[in-house]
Design a protein around this ligand. Structure first.
Ligand code: C2E
Ligand code: MG
Ligand code: MG
Length: 403
């Protein structure tokens, strides 16, 4: 086949006619290897026996015996990381609910395929899979063997790098600041995303050194940019575990001042903002951080512990709506409603509202129409190393100037 894609797809459906039909469509679209399973049990069996990864798993929701939801629960328990498309003849709301459930379990759902399925819908799904998908998954598997000693070594030997993701004004489109995100340049596994190692940093008891390191490196970088007349603000992630010392505001202030930048140029994003037992201590530290002039953002708003209760009690200046309520909001009523009300809430409370995780033009337009202040997401740009970010910035601003 002239348009062959080196891709391995597993289709799970109890209807043998449907399996044959989808296999045929996938082959038409050039997929090099199609595996099929007629029930959940044989699906699990096939997944367990794979040496290389499956690039896409297409899973029917309604099946006798082990249904799709049960099957997904099983693979979520085994930390399955591959891409999944859900597939069913059930009504659209039910299919959406199944999708949300799978996402809540940490599965990587890339879309849904309502029956009757068309070749166009499958082609659109395959477009979402980068050519290197299987390599990424293999490295994900390897990551499961990393431990606390690895992270200690990484911190000591400067293997933690910082990538910068732009935030743009929803009104002008120009870049207002960057979120500083950590990446681990691992000798064997390549570039490791923060989601995969922050918990290790916590387990190793190194989160204070880690955050301080990121803050200092990012502030040094901002100093360089300000000297080059690149006028930006920086946002650095701080976890609740960091808020354990009363002198933290002084420590952070001193670090920022030593780098020669104004404290007002730095926003601390509080992740997983669970109000712990020592609420008075948390409030004390955060209030004094604000008094020093730092911005304070509630990160991932709407998920987990990042809730209304936290928002009510802590002195935030910024609300970052989680990407769960941004991604796909333009074509899903419930997601849009949550996005809209989160933006409204932020505005009523006079907070700078940032919507993160915007991946498409339609979602970008919607977020701006709904009145947020800033937007962040792959639609604008992915996180990049400092040099690459500057190149990107020059090209992006030139494009806006020409507009
Ligand atoms: P976060 O603070 O909410 O950061 C945004 C995450 O979303 C980043 O993932 C970013 O790459 C990703 N992202 C941005 N735009 C899009 C998009 O359009 N689509 C999708 N699918 N993803 C998008 P990353 O870098 O893997 O970081 C994950 C989380 O790890 C961060 O979430 C933050 O909670 C934590 N983290 C990262 N760096 C640090 C750090 O230095 N300290 C602490 N405590 N946590 C950090
Ligand atoms: Mg953040
Ligand atoms: Mg976030």
């Amino acid at each position: 086949m002239d348009n062959e894609k080196q891709m391995r797809v597993l289709v799970l459906d109890d209807d043998s006619f449907m399996l044959e039909f989808i296999t045929h469509l996938l082959q038409e679209l050039g997929v090099s290897e199609v595996l099929v399973a007629e029930n959940g049990r044989s699906g699990l069996y096939i997944l367990a026996g794979q040496v290389a990864d499956i690039d896409l798993l297409i899973c029917d929701i309604e099946m006798p015996g082990m249904d799709g939801i049960e099957f997904l629960r099983n693979i979520a328990d085994q930390d399955y990381r591959g891409k999944i498309a859900l597939f069913s003849g059930v009504d659209a709301n039910l299919l959406k609910a199944a999708e949300r459930l799978a996402v809540a379990r940490g599965l990587n759902i890339i879309g849904t395929l309502p029956k009757p399925v068309t070749i166009g819908a499958i082609a659109a799904m395959l477009e979402k899979i980068p050519i290197s998908a299987s390599q990424i998954s293999v490295s994900d598997k390897a990551l499961q063997v990393l431990d606390v000693t690895d992270i200690e070594h990484a911190l000591a030997s400067d293997q933690i790098g910082i990538y910068y993701q732009p935030k743009v004004s929803a009104i002008t489109g120009y870049v207002t600041g960057v979120e500083c995100l950590t990446r681990w340049q691992h000798a064997r596994h390549g570039c490791v995303l923060s989601d995969n190692f922050i918990s290790l940093v916590n387990q190793a008891g190194l989160i204070n050194d880690f955050t301080h390191y990121v803050l200092r490196k990012s502030a040094e970088q901002l100093h360089v940019w300000l000297q080059q007349s690149i006028d930006l603000k920086i946002s650095v992630n701080v976890s609740m575990e960091n808020l354990d010392r009363f002198n933290l505001p002084e420590l952070y202030e001193e670090t920022i001042k030593k780098c020669g930048i104004p404290v007002e140029y730095v926003t601390l994003e509080i992740t997983e903002s669970k109000l712990g037992k020592d609420f008075a201590k948390t409030l004390d530290i955060l209030t004094r951080i604000r008094l020093k002039g730092f911005g304070l953002a509630i990160d991932d708003f709407g998920t987990g512990y990042s809730s209304m209760e936290t928002l009510k009690h802590l002195p935030f200046t910024e609300l970052k709506v989680d990407r769960l309520f941004a991604h796909g909001a333009s074509n899903d009523l419930a997601t849009r409603a949550i996005l809209e009300s989160s933006i409204k809430l932020g505005r009523i409370l006079n907070l700078n509202v940032v919507v993160e995780g915007i991946e498409t033009e339609a979602d970008y337009r919607l977020a701006t129409e709904l009145g947020c202040d800033e937007i962040q997401g792959f639609f604008i740009a992915k996180p990049m190393p400092a040099d690459e970010f500057v190149e990107w910035l020059i090209a992006y601003e030139a494009m806006l100037d020409d507009f």
